[in-house]
Design a protein around this ligand. Sequence first.
Ligand SMILES: [Zn+2]
Length: 116
Amino acid sequence: MGLLFVEVLPRDATGGAAVLQCRRCRVDAASVAAILSRDFHGRLGRAYLFDRVVNISLGPNEDRYLRTGRHTVNDIYCICCQEILGWRYEKAYEETEKYKEGKFILERTMMCKQAP
Ligand SMILES: [Zn+2]
């Protein structure tokens, strides 16, 4: 196995907010303070929307029909344990959904929360 470089989110830059980590291997994924919306639905239930997440790799482009219409998405995988944590919106086809492009969904059930 090669060396793996894991990004640790700076705790002082999160404004004292909790950090969401991969439930399986506890590597940082995003700060709770960076959540753009909590009103999203993943495949496994509630999900959060972010501009940026860390320690993930992207799967191939896939077309999916979600509640809000057709989107091209990439699944996102934890770089440490390869668990699927959510997806990234590559392209939205509905004009009203364009704001999601380039943003990330993390499934709430795939996360654990580390208190600040
Ligand atoms: Zn993991």
